[in-house]
Design a protein around this ligand. Structure first.
Ligand SMILES: [Fe+2]
Length: 321
């Protein structure tokens, strides 16, 4: 069993093709706010204390670039690094002082068995103010990863980073590293990519108002509003402009001690109605399930590359004439 554990999820880094358009979406529709920028990167905060919950990086293809987990102290960063080395995990960067533009602090980076970059950070700058608007995300809640090397991914988060198993369904494992029922979930899939990221709103009224803002802006819900089985949280899912699935959530079950009782697939198959406890969000918008498998991101990347290739071909033809 791991001696030291990560503590909470802090932020997601996304590589995106159109930095400014993506930033505009997350600011005007999703409810985040730019807090810093540098050399093709924009850092965006929620209303809570975390320095940023989303970092966007200009790139030729959209993809999940990394996730950042918290650690309680610098000593925990060093202990987690030692733990990672002892278990022969791939360390990308040893513990060091982190860039001030991202809020500073002290941390290191490693690579998951499926090649995803995972950053661990402690002592990152925090905001003292708190915007009182419940329709905007307060913090990052959790990230769900599609995994082909399913068992290896689970072992990585459990053994290297100290996560504990909260629940298991027939297609997903829910892992916790703080009071939240899950900060990471791993879904059985054909390939490694982001299934979705979820942002927490303070209450139900805020979730409904945020969802209304998205709808008014032309973003129809992919799935929701509903209530999950594992985690008990309320959800409203959307597909953002790059094709990533993003969730508004509220009311996740809090695990205050180690006495949480794990349940397996048989339990979750019958304990509550599926796929929504309320039996309300039973339909998925066309294409939404594929988006959760990362298909929407891939399609949009491909479409963009085809447009660029066509433009280049036309340019070459024009130059030859
Ligand atoms: Fe979720």
């Amino acid at each position: 069993m791991a001696q030291t554990s990560a503590y909470g999820i802090r932020s997601v880094d996304l590589a995106v093709r159109d930095l400014e358009a993506t930033k505009a979406f997350y600011e005007a529709q999703w409810g985040l706010k730019e807090v810093a920028r540098e050399n093709g990167s924009v850092f965006m905060r929620a209303t809570g204390k975390d320095h940023h919950v989303l970092a966007l990086h200009q790139a030729s293809r959209s993809k999940l670039a990394s996730i950042t987990l918290g650690a309680k102290s610098r000593a925990d960063v060093d202990a987690l690094h030692a733990q990672a080395k002892a278990l022969a995990a791939t360390v990308l960067e040893a513990p060091h002082e982190l860039s001030k533009i991202g809020g500073g602090g002290y941390g290191f980076s490693l690579q998951s068995p499926e090649g995803q970059r995972v950053n661990i950070a402690a002592g990152v700058a925090e905001h003292g103010d708190h915007e009182q608007d419940a329709s905007k995300p307060e913090r990052l809640s959790h990230v769900v990863l599609n995994a082909a090397k399913y068992d290896e991914q689970i072992a990585f988060y459990r053994d290297v980073l100290g996560f504990r198993m909260s629940d298991t369904t027939d297609f997903m494992d829910f892992l916790r590293c703080c009071e939240d029922h899950h900060s990471i979930a791993v879904a059985r899939s054909e390939g490694a990519c982001l299934n979705h990221m979820a942002y927490e709103l303070p209450n139900m009224d805020g979730l409904m108002r945020g969802t209304g803002r998205m709808k008014k802006s032309g973003f129809e819900m992919g799935w929701g509003v509903g209530r999950h089985g594992p985690g008990d949280n309320v959800f409203a899912y959307f597909v953002e402009p790059n094709g990533f699935v993003t969730e508004y959530t509220t009311g996740m079950e809090q695990v205050k001690d180690d006495k949480y009782e794990w349940h397996g697939a048989d339990y979750w198959a019958t304990a509550f109605p599926r796929p929504c406890r309320w039996e309300m969000a039973t339909e998925f918008r066309p294409g939404f399930r594929e988006a959760m498998k990362g298909k929407a991101v891939e399609e949009r990347n491909q479409r963009c590359e085809e447009v660029i290739a066509k433009g280049l071909a036309q340019g070459l033809k024009g130059a030859a004439e």
